[in-house]
Ligand binder design. Structure first.
Ligand code: 2NL
Length: 358
């Protein structure tokens, strides 16, 4: 190939470079010219077959062509890249008015059972109670016998107990039907005075509109030398004011029966059926059961009832959550329906509202 042909090729390639409208087209031109099988590379490959005297000058000419084409490609690349950037800046706008998408901490919700358990526990913790926990699978002694519910006692039937298969010695473990066994365990290993609160899951073989086979309780226990019914009433009144966030609460202590307390009392708070207000009004809502610890229960736990006395109470977490938050149905607590959770769940970022009314 002679110089005029090389010049023509150069002109042709330079024209193609100038004609490239964008970076993709320019790259096509680059590959066709300088790529492995491109026009310039093809010329380079012909060098080997040339006589040495021609090879040198032709090689220099092809190299010059290659340099010119490379420079033209670079220059065009700069122009096209600049134009591409200008276009991107013009079209690619960040919409800074777009709201930030909420992360898991803002979008997740705390289940009402967790929220209400924490609120109850915190109120008693503020009064000086310690939190005690125990296993869901209990011995028959801790769940029943120690609590003055011997094997033939009719209250065993009321509890609708889930029994585990009998062990080799004939003993049968149970799913605890209340969190009282946690208090029994504490009394068996700690010396009084005691002030403990026992939150947790409990199980009863019962399932309908108002009962689920698993639910939650918080129980409380005070053991001291002189502690009496007046202390029980004060503690529960302070609790009701803090929990229901009211400065005053109308309360009623109604005589009742539990095998593990004597006397036993159910506690109601005032309720205005029309407005839904809690703490006042002409109607009553039961919130918990309570009483003075039965002397036999103390004796069963190695505590001398002539030296010590105490009071205890127990409340259902779902029930008290429903009262506070105007929920009408128990079942959605355990259905994991995201719409219910969004509606009734609590934001982890919301400040706590405890003691507002106190
Ligand atoms: C209720 C009633 C109650 C207790 C629980 C208790 C525990 C010990 C000794 C004596 Cl170790 N009592 N707990 C006392 C009275 C009532 O619960 O209706 N709960 C939902």
């Amino acid at each position: 190939m002679a110089q005029p042909e090389l010049d023509r090729l150069k002109a042709e390639l330079i024209e193609a470079i100038a004609a490239a409208r964008d970076l993709a087209q320019l790259d096509e031109v680059r590959v066709k010219a300088l790529g492995k099988k491109g026009r310039v590379s093809e010329l380079m490959q012909t060098l080997g077959a040339m006589p040495p005297e021609k090879r040198k000058s032709f090689g220099q000419a092809v190299n010059a062509l290659k340099t010119s084409v490379s420079e033209a490609l670079d220059a065009r690349h700069q122009v096209l890249a600049g134009a591409a950037l200008v276009e991107k800046l013009a079209s690619d706008r960040a919409d800074i008015s777009l709201p930030v998408r909420e992360g898991p901490l803002a979008e997740g919700r705390i289940h009402p059972v967790s929220q209400v358990t924490d609120e109850i526990t915190e109120i008693f913790a503020d009064m000086g109670f310690s939190i005690a926990e125990g296993p869901d699978i209990e011995t028959d002694f801790n769940n029943f016998t120690a609590l003055n519910i011997p094997p033939e006692h009719p209250a065993r039937q009321d509890h609708d107990t889930f029994y585990l298969p009998a062990a080799a010695d004939g003993s049968r473990a149970v799913l605890r039907t209340h969190t009282s066994p946690v208090q029994i365990r504490t009394m068996l290993v700690q010396k009084p005075p005691l002030r403990i609160i026992a939150p947790g899951r409990v199980y009863r073989c019962d399932s309908d509109q108002t009962h689920t086979p698993m639910f939650h309780q918080v129980e409380g226990l005070v053991i001291d030398e002189q502690t009496h019914l007046g202390h029980l009433k004060w503690v529960l009144e302070e609790f009701a004011k803090a929990f229901f966030e009211v400065p005053k609460v109308k309360m009623r202590f109604r005589a009742s029966y539990f095998p593990f307390t004597e006397p036993s009392m159910e506690v109601d708070i005032g309720w205005n059926r029309r407005t839904g207000e809690l703490g006042k009004g002409g109607d009553w809502l039961e919130i918990l059961g309570s009483g003075m610890v039965h002397p036999r229960v103390l004796a069963n736990c190695g505590i001398d009832p002539r030296e010590w006395q105490g009071f205890a109470w127990g409340m259902g977490v779902e029930r008290i959550a429903m009262l506070k938050h105007g929920m009408t149905d128990l079942r959605p607590f355990f259905e994991s329906d995201i719409r219910w959770l969004r509606h009734y769940g609590f934001s982890p970022l919301a400040p706590t509202m405890l003691h507002e009314g106190v």
